[in-house]
Ligand binder design. Structure first.
Ligand SMILES: [Zn+2]
Length: 177
């Protein structure tokens, strides 16, 4: 690869290191002409095909931007959003395909967002899945409740009943906001 300083046509790899999550390799390179060093980062390309037919590189920033509005006024930090975007990327990369559809990005956002904040999830899902009526919200909320109860049951296993019964109090607090 070209030296970014002098445009020499070749460069030598002097060190190469895989990132912690194994998704990228950083290579330290040296130019044999000017001796300057630079770093390249190699990742598998992941493109998003938009409905218009245009493809663009996957971007965590775009995921964060897409979710941020739904999180307005919610107790969700920038760190939370960064972690969410990372999880979305990991999910999409796990598909093993170099190109994915734009709507798959939205789908991959739903799960982590639901764990992060249920209200933000409902807002995002209502736009993304084009909720058209109260019934759409109702069925989304019903499934959220069912999952929450399933989780409470799991948590209650092997513990006393009162611990398992703690969850509905949280639901009551959320509903009163
Ligand atoms: Zn050079």
């Amino acid at each position: 690869m070209h030296c970014p300083f002098c445009r020499h046509e070749d460069s030598r790899v002097i060190d190469s290191r895989t990132s912690d999550d194994g998704s990228s390799i950083r290579r330290r390179r040296q130019c044999p002409a000017c001796q300057r060093r630079f770093t390249t980062i190699e990742t598998a390309s992941l493109s998003v095909a938009k409905r218009s037919g245009v493809t663009e590189p996957f971007s965590r920033d775009k995921v964060v931007a897409g979710v941020r509005k739904a999180c307005q006024g919610r107790p969700v930090s920038s760190d939370d959003l960064a972690v969410l975007a990372q999880r979305v990327e990991e999910t999409l990369r796990a598909s093993g395909r170099p190109e994915i559809e734009a709507n798959e990005v939205g789908l991959a956002i739903l799960g982590p967002l639901r764990e992060l904040d249920e209200v933000a999830y409902l807002r995002f899902a209502s736009v993304y899945q084009s909720f058209e009526s109260l019934e759409d919200f109702e069925s989304a909320i019903t499934s959220l409740r069912a999952e929450r109860e399933a989780r409470a049951d799991d948590a209650g296993q092997g513990e006393d009943v009162e611990t398992g019964g703690g969850e509905p109090a949280v639901a009551g607090r959320d509903a009163s906001r």
